[in-house]
Design a binder for this molecule. Structure first.
Ligand SMILES: [Zn+2]
Length: 311
């Protein structure tokens, strides 16, 4: 169904973190809906390998990595992570980085890479925070740059929260343009500047949000001409989100996805999508928003190959 563009996913993304606002079961549920509705078959999914230490070290400090492996994070460091520490969590985080690396590779080969996971944009070089252990987006980009596969990358971060870790990691790196559109009055309260930040007022609705994308993304792409886009497709700008306070509808979020994928196609730029946050009151809404992102990108991937714009 996905015409040779497998969806990157692992059952091990589910980690038991107890009673927590972060629904780690969502990945499994999105996958189940994709199969149930006939969008994809079991064979269309590919499991990533865990990222290698040397890949993680392209972004993160060895001392942080050692603490994670040994379980020697301080109570303050675990508190900043806002997740209960476990070996299972570390294992899942290695896999997630491997997943985004694989999605970047698939995007660079075929135009479109889909990661049913990832988007942990709050992780910094020396610490994790806000449910994010490793910054998979940053590792995916650094590895593609180091391998000489691309010269430049663009991050389009549409999660409700500002991409603070990604912004800090790529500060002063002219090879990477970081764009973040987010709720201004929300975590992270200190926002290291991205190359372009759009901080939106509370309860921003579909039209204002989509107009901001239309106004800023095309000119960013045409001026910067990246070799790869990583699209951070958070579900939390949704009006029914528990920890966010923007006012987008499920339909509005689908239009958001269409805008980004259409631009990538029109400019013939490989794009890898990662899912990031989503904390709706009704879990099925988070699942639906992520489901829509995947089905929209699948439709777009078909058109991409039909047009023969990329190999
Ligand atoms: Zn978020």
């Amino acid at each position: 169904m996905s015409e040779g563009k497998p969806v990157v996913y692992s059952d091990a993304y589910y980690v038991d973190i107890g009673d927590h606002v972060f629904p780690t079961v969502k990945y499994k549920l999105v996958r189940a809906d994709l199969i149930r509705n006939g969008d994809l078959s079991e064979d269309d999914f590919v499991a990533p390998r865990p990222a290698r230490d040397e890949e993680i070290l392209l972004v993160h400090e060895r001392s942080y990595l050692d603490k994670l492996k040994k379980g020697s994070l301080t109570p303050e460091e675990v508190a900043a992570l806002e997740l209960p520490y476990s070996k299972e969590l570390v294992r899942a985080s290695y896999l997630c980085v491997g997943g985004t690396i694989l999605a970047c590779d698939i995007a660079l080969e075929s135009g479109v890479g889909i990661h049913l996971g990832g988007g942990f944009h709050h992780a910094f070089t020396d610490h994790g925070e806000g449910f994010c252990v490793f910054n998979d987006v940053a590792v995916g980009i650094k590895r593609s740059l180091e391998d000489g596969k691309i010269d430049k990358a663009l991050v389009i971060d549409c999660d409700l929260h500002q991409g603070n870790g990604t912004a800090a990691i790529f500060k002063g790196d002219e090879r990477v343009f970081t764009f973040s559109i987010h709720q201004q009055n929300n975590y992270p309260f200190f926002k290291p500047p991205s190359d372009l930040d759009i901080g939106l007022p509370d309860r921003t609705q579909d039209k204002q949000y989509l107009d901001a994308l239309d106004k800023n993304i095309p000119k960013t792409i045409s001026a910067f001409r990246p070799g790869l886009i990583i699209y951070v497709a958070g579900a939390d700008p949704y009006t029914g989100d528990k920890i966010g306070n923007l006012g987008l509808t499920i339909e509005g979020l689908k239009k958001r996805d269409e805008i980004i994928f259409t631009l990538a196609k029109n400019y013939s730029i490989p794009i890898a999508v990662v899912l990031a946050g989503g904390y709706a009151e009704r879990q099925e809404d988070t699942v639906k928003i992520h489901y829509n992102t995947i089905t929209t990108v699948l439709k777009f991937a078909k058109e991409y190959s039909k047009n023969g714009q990329r190999v």
